[in-house]
Design a protein. Structure first.
Length: 174
């Protein structure tokens, strides 16, 4: 099984994912961003883009990586990763379904001001990351158009990552 934590930057996916993993026996965190980083390290580089998700190999590589890790280690994969393009989500979720891998898709949501405040105070990527701020509007659009209808929404506006993780694990019936 995969527990996919979606949402925009600042929603708490990475930190919440760590808490979810601690609460779920026999689970591991697989950050699909690492697949993108591998593609970014190819030299000479792949065609220019502002987001590695636009490279066609990224999506099937995420599916194959998850499948291979589950085949090898079993258990549950917790995957914190923003996917705001519906076509990309369909490709990933369809690929996983094709292998018979169940996916529980959660969106960690927070209001725009909370997201801005979190991004402004980020000590890992640095405050006011232009990259992270650039995704606030695409997230709002995806949330309205398809994303919130496709997933279980957990509003993290007033939750700690540990509380959000508790809600996710409770939704899983564990």
């Amino acid at each position: 099984m995969i527990v996919w934590l979606n949402g925009t930057h600042g929603a708490g996916k990475t930190t919440t994912g760590t808490h979810v993993q601690r609460l779920l026996p026999d689970s591991r965190v697989l950050d699909a961003e690492k697949v993108g980083e591998t593609l970014m390290d190819i030299r000479p580089g792949l065609p220019g883009t502002d987001n590695f998700q636009h490279w066609p190999p990224w999506r099937p590589l995420v599916v194959e990586t998850a499948r291979r890790v589950l085949d090898y280690a079993g258990g549950t994969l917790v995957m914190p990763m923003t996917v705001l393009v519906e076509e990309y989500w369909r490709e990933i979720s369809g690929g996983l379904a094709g292998y018979g891998i169940p996916v529980r898709h959660f969106v960690l949501h927070a209001d725009r001001e909370t997201l801005r405040r979190r991004i402004a105070g980020d000590t890992v990527t640095g405050p006011d990351s232009p990259f992270r701020l650039r995704y606030l509007e695409p997230y709002a659009r995806a949330a309205r158009d398809w994303l919130h209808a496709e997933a279980e929404v957990v509003d993290t506006t007033h939750l700690t990552p540990a509380q959000a993780a508790g809600r996710i694990v409770a939704a899983l019936g564990r």
